[in-house]
Every structure is written in structure tokens, then in C-alpha cells.
Design a binder for this molecule. Structure first.
Ligand code: SF4
Length: 347
């Protein structure tokens, strides 16, 4: 059976070429074609001898995701539904914002963490994505020269830090100059708070951005909204985030989804301001996009603005992010990995 090498980092490719009796640097050549030029046909790798190309073709393949569905909305947001080889499905979302074009990537099929407001959490956990399935979401969405992806966020389906090794391999491929060469500063890993893995990621020295999906500034409420907090509480996570900020030299981002009458009061804003005091950070406020079956509602505009105005300047940098794509169930927390009707407000 042919070996699928998509998602192999440079070292894995060098090892593979060596196993085939070739010089290790050939692995870097293959990486260049596969990741920089998106070439999946070995016969088109023209700086490699025709004998070696035939050998590669005989032993290896470069796998692809199958596009099952693609939807877009009036904001230019596009949602891709991908079929995986075992019949599972995942989603990625492309979000335009001025000069930026951000790709939101999934890391797992479903998610084991059961955050109470999230559609992905409702479907439960099926499996981790391998590094090829992660990287292919980028390679297959980034198809046009005029419309290049400028930022990558791991905010799709799943908790990336619970798929740590595959995440790491994918990050190496994104960042490596000999592979995709996407700037580490333009990549953000988002986590619901797996404190030991935040520390570990800090020590890898990759210097990617880190976003912490906070959503509640006290343990009592966070325990309810995000059960992972019962395992790693705010104190554990804040320590890990400070460690990350120190080692990476970068501010961490706190993502705070505002949910009506749950976490959108001025009292909540006060707790949040106090909590982040002394941490190099920025805070992204996001209006909740309702998900069927959760019982949660979007906040009132007045409450959102009052929350933001209370928070800033008490907290260092605060932005109110408009979450795009809700009409195609592509907004934050709405991904299910299934076909959805393209109706406004259908979720
Ligand atoms: S918010 Fe993230 S971590 Fe929580 S259930 Fe949804 S996908 Fe999983």
C-alpha cells in the first residue's frame, strides 16, 4: 500500500526518502513542491530525476480532503465541509476582514469538551485529525493567487491542545521555511484551557499566537459553561498563560463570548478587568451566536456596548469582534461538520 505523506514535516519526509534509499535532501525538495507549490503529482516535480519521480509515484501518495459542500454569505465568509477518508466530516471557515483573510481550522472531528454554548460540543468527540488533515484544510482552501490567506486560527471544531502531537507537526509545516513558510505571528492557537499543554506549547518556542477562550471570569460560572474548568481552573490557566506570554514575548488573547444574562453584566466586566490585571494581553469580545438546544441567547446591543465601555480602559486592549458567518452556521461555536440549510438565522 502506498504511504500518504501529506502532513509529514521536513524530518519525516527526509526519513521517508532515506527509507527509499535516497539522499535526505530529496525530502526537502518534495516538501517544497507539496507545501509551497501545492503539487500532488510526483511526475510534476521537475527538478527531481524522472527515475526518482517514478519511484516516488510507485511508493507514495499525497492525499487530499474531499470537498463535500461550500457555502458563502453576504460578508464573503465561506464555509467548507470536508469529507475525510473514513467518512467523517469537518469544517473550515474563510473570513475576510479588510486586508485580512483568516482561515479558521478544525483540529478534531467533534470535541470531547462539552462547552455548554457550542454546537461542536453537542456532537461529542469522534477522533483527532492527523497533521495531513489539518494542513490540507489550508492547502485546499488557499487556491487563488488574488485571495491569499493572511492569518490562520485554530478555532474550528475541536480542542487543538488535546490533539497536541498532530497540532505540533502541523505547526512545524506551516512555519518551516522549507514547507509552507507561514509566519508564526500570523497563526493563533485557541484553547479552552488545557493548562499543562499551554505550558508545553510555550516551551516548544514556536511563538505562535495563543488565544484563551475564557467566557467567564470566575470559576463558579466557568465550571458550568466549560466543564474543562473543573479540571484546570482559572488559576491554573492564568499561570500557564503568563508563562506563555513570558516565553513567547507575545501578548495572549482572551476571547470572551457575551451571552445574554449569563456573563454580560458590569459585575462580570469588573471581574474580568481585575482578572487580567498584570497579564500582557488583549481581550476580544464576541457576541454569542445562538445554537439550537443550548437555551442561550445573543446579548442586547446596549449590554455589549456597556460591557466594552466599562472594560476599556480598565483592561489594556479591548476589541469588539463582529463574528461573521452566522447565516451559514459558520460563526464561532456553530460548527457541526454537517450539511446545513443556507437560511438566515437557521441556527
Ligand atoms: S468551544 Fe471549543 S473546546 Fe468547547 S466544545 Fe466547542 S469546540 Fe470544544
Amino acid at each position: 500500500m502506498k504511504k500518504d505523506i501529506i502532513g509529514y514535516d521536513i524530518k519525516m519526509l527526509e526519513d521517508t526518502l532515506e527509507e527509499l534509499g535516497e539522499l535526505r535532501f530529496r525530502g526537502r525538495q518534495v516538501a517544497n513542491w507539496m507545501y509551497k507549490h501545492g503539487v500532488r503529482d510526483f511526475m510534476k516535480m521537475v527538478n527531481i530525476s524522472s527515475t526518482l519521480r517514478a519511484k516516488l509515484d510507485e511508493n507514495l501518495i499525497i492525499g487530499k480532503l474531499k470537498l463535500a459542500d461550500k457555502q458563502s454569505d453576504e460578508t464573503g465568509t465561506e464555509k467548507f465541509l470536508w469529507n475525510l477518508n473514513d467518512g467523517e466530516t469537518i469544517e473550515s471557515v474563510l473570513i475576510p476582514d479588510g486586508e485580512r483573510l483568516t482561515l479558521c481550522i478544525s483540529s478534531q472531528v467533534g470535541c470531547p469538551l462539552d462547552c455548554q454554548f457550542c454546537a461542536t460540543g453537542q456532537i461529542g468527540f469522534k477522533r483527532n485529525l492527523n497533521s495531513g488533515e489539518i494542513v490540507n484544510q489550508y492547502l485546499q482552501a488557499d487556491t487563488s493567487e488574488e485571495r491569499r490567506i493572511t492569518n490562520i486560527v485554530f478555532m474550528g471544531m475541536g480542542e487543538p491542545l488535546l490533539n497536541y502531537e498532530n497540532l505540533l507537526t502541523a505547526l512545524r509545516i506551516f512555519i518551516s521555511d522549507e514547507a509552507i513558510a507561514f509566519g508564526a505571528k500570523k497563526i493563533t492557537v485557541s484553547t479552552s484551557g488545557v493548562a499543562p499543554k499551554i505550558k508545553k506549547l510555550a516551551e516548544e518556542g514556536m511563538k505562535t499566537g495563543l488565544a484563551f477562550s475564557l467566557n467567564a471570569a470566575d470559576d463558579k460560572l466557568r465550571d458550568k459553561l466549560m466543564p474543562i474548568n473543573r479540571r484546570y481552573n482559572l488559576e491554573d490557566n492564568l499561570k500557564a498563560l503568563k508563562h506563555y506570554a513570558k516565553l513567547s514575548g507575545r501578548r495572549v488573547t482572551f476571547e470572551y463570548v457575551l451571552i445574554k444574562n449569563v456573563n454580560d453584566s458590569l459585575d462580570d466586566a469588573g471581574k474580568l478587568a481585575k482578572m487580567v490585571h498584570g497579564i500582557p494581553c488583549k481581550i476580544n469580545l464576541i457576541r454569542y451566536n445562538p445554537v439550537d438546544g443550548t437555551g442561550f441567547e445573543a446579548p442586547d446591543d446596549d449590554a455589549v456596548l456597556a460591557f466594552r465601555d466599562y472594560l476599556y480602559p480598565r483592561a489594556p486592549a479591548v476589541t469588539l469582534r463582529e463574528s461573521k458567518g452566522s447565516s451559514i452556521a459558520a460563526a464561532c461555536g456553530q460548527l457541526r461538520g454537517e450539511y446545513v440549510k443556507n437560511e438566515l438565522g437557521s441556527k
